[in-house]
Design a protein. Structure first.
Length: 62
């Protein structure tokens, strides 16, 4: 069994700088930007697209 060790790169939407992502990253995953520390959401893998993760709102549900 071999693992995919290909490195992915995406653009930090706040700074425009390229950041390295884990090869096994998935759409919907939240990562921390190594540049700004901001939480980023992976919205696409082909091409790699990142956006600032939405703030989690407290759930006052039933």
């Amino acid at each position: 069994m071999t693992e995919n060790t290909e490195t992915l790169y995406g653009e930090d939407p706040l700074t425009g700088e390229e950041i390295e992502l884990p090869a096994d990253v998935e759409v919907g995953e939240i990562i921390d930007s190594p540049i700004t520390g901001t939480e980023l959401e992976v919205v696409s893998l082909d091409p790699v697209e990142l956006q600032e993760a939405p703030e989690l709102e407290e759930d006052w549900g039933e």
